[in-house]
Design a protein around this ligand. Structure first.
Ligand code: AMP
Ligand code: MG
Length: 304
């Protein structure tokens, strides 16, 4: 028979009593409240998350498969709602979702301090919007979050100058090399935008080889906090971008068919990780420090 007291728990259940975790949860609660309030105030419709679907974000890095077989269908756990966001614009013009994502990241991601296997993304999309609309929208949201956190906790966070400074990946690569993000993040003292990343098929290509997308980088080595972009919506462009990324087109047949029928619209949007924002606001070393039941890449014995 199992002796209950001998079960070793990752992190230990005692950590749930840690004052710093309670602090982080208070900040998280403010972030969720202010985010929800902000988007409603801007006329966005809040949608419910999709958790299983035959299609999900292909991502631009590999993760362990997380699919579930049900009858004839193979569902996959949502990695992000990007494809569903594009389709949902048929029903509402401005949308946001507090969306649970499962990405079974490989062990090497453990050292970043900012990857979990399960996290929550605030995912939003705006029909007809352009990159600057989304960047200004997020800056305004961010300021409201900071003001509320300042007021309701004693965190020494200062109001931020907006708009945030903007860089391109090209200039940062010249300066810091291909792995520019950690050194760049340590070098800045305010969040900054980095434009033009080559990645998933759905981020719109402007000039050939240049992409109308943006990442928000937190200062102090906290790294990437948000990714977004204008979207490809035309059938032929989507096919071309998918083929260029060597994707299995059959797996995305329903999405491709929607694009062929003209059901996808020009739009822009983004998603930011709730835990990453809270980690940055609380100045904690690792993302699991701010998560109640964290699942960390490379660890495998879990009880909660
Ligand atoms: P992506 O579009 O893949 O950049 O994901 C959007 C946002 O979700 C990122 O900018 C992060 O804030 C957050 N995020 C992505 N992957 C993870 C992860 N494994 N753990 C925690 N947060 C993540
Ligand atoms: Mg990203």
């Amino acid at each position: 028979m199992v002796e209950l007291q001998q079960i070793e728990m990752i992190g230990g259940v005692e950590r749930l009593q840690d004052k710093r975790l309670a602090d982080a949860l208070q900040v998280q609660s403010i972030v969720l409240r202010e985010t929800t309030r902000f988007f409603h105030g801007q006329g966005f419709t809040q949608l419910l998350p999709v958790m299983i679907s035959p299609i999900t974000d292909p991502l631009c890095h590999s993760v362990v498969d997380a699919s579930i077989r049900y009858g004839e269908t193979t569902f996959t756990l949502t990695k992000s709602m990007i494809l569903h966001k594009q389709l949902a614009l048929m029903a509402a013009e401005k949308i946001f979702i507090i969306s649970p994502n499962v990405r079974l990241e490989h062990e090497e991601k453990a050292s970043t301090g900012r990857h979990l296997l399960e996290f929550t993304q605030v995912d939003f999309e705006w029909k007809g919007a352009k990159a600057p609309d989304i960047m200004r929208l997020f800056e305004n949201l961010y300021q409201e979050v900071i003001l509320a956190v300042q007021k309701e906790t004693n965190k020494p966070i200062t109001a931020l100058p907006v708009p945030f400074k903007t860089y391109t990946t090209e200039e940062l690569m010249k300066h810091y090399g291909v792995d520019w993000e950690p050194a760049f993040s340590r070098s800045i003292s305010e969040p900054a935008w980095v434009l033009d990343h080559e990645r998933e098929f759905y981020d719109k290509e402007g000039e050939p080889g240049h992409y109308l997308n943006y990442d928000l980088i937190y200062p102090g080595g906290f790294g990437e906090g948000l990714s977004g972009g204008e979207r490809e919506h035309e059938h032929t462009r989507i096919l071309m971008r998918m083929e260029r990324n060597k994707m299995d087109l059959r797996a995305y047949a329903s999405y491709i068919d929607a694009a062929r029928k003209g059901f996808l619209y020009p739009s822009a949007g983004a998603g930011f990780g709730v835990e990453r924002m809270v980690r940055y606001l609380c100045g904690r070393a690792r993302i699991e420090d701010v998560s109640l039941f964290p699942k960390v890449p490379g660890q495998s014995a879990y009880h909660f």
